[in-house]
Design a binder for this molecule. Sequence first.
Ligand SMILES: [Zn+2]
Length: 390
Amino acid sequence: MKNTSILSAFSQTIRLALLLLTITVFSCKKSENLTTALDSKVKVDSAIIAKIKALGFQTKGIIEFQEYYLVEGDIMISKKSLSSIKSPERLMSVGGTISQASTNNLISNINNHNINISVDASIYGDNTWYNALKKAVTVWNSTSNSNVKLNLIYTSLTDYSLDQTNIDITIKGDNNQLDFNTVARAEFPTYNGKPGSLILINLDVKNPFTNNYLNDGQAAWNVIHEIGHCLGLRHTNWETNDPPTSIGENLIAGTPTSDPNSVMNGSTGLSDYSAYTYPLLPSNYDAIAISTLYPVNNSSVVLPYISSNKYFSPGGEDYFKISYLEQGVSYHWRAIGINGTNYDETIGTFTADTTPGIGFPSSGNYQLQCTISGGKYTTPTTVTKNLIVQ
Ligand SMILES: [Zn+2]
């Protein structure tokens, strides 16, 4: 189902080299007419079926198009690539395995694997991709044996008091930089132990089979995948999907020789996370992979941020966002007066990351406090933000 699209290994050359990876949705001629091809369905040659089977795909329901075969519903294998395969079984056995793999550079333990993701306005303003990002972050953070703590920082809110150097990853729309058939692109970790610093999302990419924009589940799949790259995971099907690169292909212990459900398989841009159980990673081997690279330290602490405006008018209201999302956590909000302002108000305990509207009755100096409890980290953590009402 979510297996490798072998075509990339053959029809693409080295454009994926260096430190950038792309997810290729398809590489056929977009103008090819699906209905015509289905109408003129002919029996696929048995030799072709054998080759497709040898590549590890299911052979039921193969559909032949002018330039490629469609297998398992959403994977295209170009005829050109198949005809050049002399011994496809070798492709599955070079080096012994296909496996979850990491890059040579990994993230150091600075800040206990707290990683800050800046949410650009282009993502914040797009419901599908914004919800996909929140879902993806929750999935990674909720992986019980992994120590990765992703925090969402809203740079589009007016008071951005966080030091820019504390931003690790920026996610934003591609501003038409990516090919029309590329969903997203991410960077790998750097030599100095920092996560890949950029995720570009092709906000107007379309499913070539339906001509629809990607749905919520597909968007979530892609954001989970791209964050995985920033954390040092390369494609699980790297051996057949990717051209040779110098980023490293360190097989991760405890993962199998192939994993069709891995969210880190390349050329899976049309895969749909909604077919899986939220907030689990699609494959348990993905969870093993990230947990092997970054084993959880339950007594370590989440370092969250509150994103919001800083200045208010008396009687005005605003919403506040907490940065850390994990299944099972709750957020307790309280506001107190500081610097001579007399005030103490319990706002409430919520499971959503955004507060209801919060306002203050009169001019003064206030401090908003949010305590995060629950989830896999045993120590509750409190973050504060000082506000000025004038
Ligand atoms: Zn990828």
